[in-house]
Design a protein around this ligand. Sequence first.
Ligand code: KE4
Length: 436
Amino acid sequence: MSYKFDKSAVAFAEAKLHIPGGVNSPVRSFRSVGGTPPFIARALGSQIIDIDGNRYIDYVGSWGPMILGHAHPAVTEALQRALSLGTSYGAPTLVETELTKSIKAVFPSMELVRMVNSGTEATMSVLRVARAFTKRTKIVKFAGCYHGHHDGLLVKAGSGAATFGVPDSPGVPEGIAAATLTVPYNDVHSLTETFRQHGEDIAAVIIEPVAGNMGMVLPLAGYLEKVRQITSQYGALLIFDEVMSGFRVAHGGAQQIYKIQPDLTCLGKIIGGGLPVGAYGGRRDIMELIAPAGPVYQAGTLSGNPLAMTAGLVTLKLLTEIPDLYKKISAKTAALCIGIKQAAEEFELKIQVHYLGAMFGMFFSDKRVYDYDSAKQSDTGLFNIFFHTMLEQGIYLAPSQFEAAFMSAAHSEEDIAATIAASRVAFEKVKNCTKS
Ligand code: KE4
């Protein structure tokens, strides 16, 4: 059955009249891969269905939140009950404390947690409290890591040796960018050198401990330990941005796998079960600076709203209660990635496949990918051919080489087999394109 996107094409043209680029988040526009983004009508389990009636096995999962699969009955039922009690009060509720306790049970480094409405709000707020606590101004981030769209982190490495940041978007003031130093991921020497030069004025380092925004890139052996050691040595705070990796690469995120205790952690996505959410938290002596406990201001009309808290609480309870859930999801991810790698080799195509827990990614590159520069060596043209050939076979991957993919508890063995089979067709097409 050939996929048609007629209704989505009409919908996309209409959306562009009213919404910038026709989407409410850029990556959804398919600008990176070309073509028309399917407009989704509904989803259930591992599947999404678009308004043309095309069905897809979904490996985007709303960019991470849907680890249980779409429209999980327990989440839906709990939300329906919560809806009948109202949608938002702007006052404290029991469910906020319950969700926070569920997070702390899995992330013991988070002694106090503040709920917000997005990962962006979480990372924006965590920088403020890090600067207030240390009374320092500079922040270190890593090329290829993404922490949301606030000015302080929409920054890229400056030219030449200077690591001072320059804006990564129009509208970001030079002065704000200059307070953010950018260094390569997985490069201990650059980080050490940056601290040697600026260490006394660095408030914090913020890192995706398992990176998912340059494609999926894993920390090299011992790297995160060195980052922890360097930040401690200079009195800078270590912030793990686990908005994507939290409850994803393992139940307790990257900090559980690599046994690193960050000073502060940001979470999002999965903890809201598909509703708008973010959270930041960590050492009590730092988080007690946050208003109203302390002087560092941060607020939000819908922070901790009962619907997101309810969806998140049910999701986290299931992640804890379903026996061997992470073991099973990790095994599915591994089986899929090994199968795709083997399929590529059948066509003598060299790809890099990375996976950990319920997260995976692939690069059309014959070289190791360990940072943003090496990720950018990938052949995005080949990726785009692969992407569309998979889409037309009912496999919905992230529409960019520089994104990650996400497995859920709802993906079946049949889904995995169908995806590997579809990848053979896609690799054959890629191979034929490389010949011509
Ligand atoms: P949000 O503001 O999108 O909830 O979270 C920002 C954020 C912070 N930190 C990390 C590690 C993230 O991955 C994200 C957001 N991830 C992207 C995926 N590349 C969300 C998808 C999108 O931007 O549309």
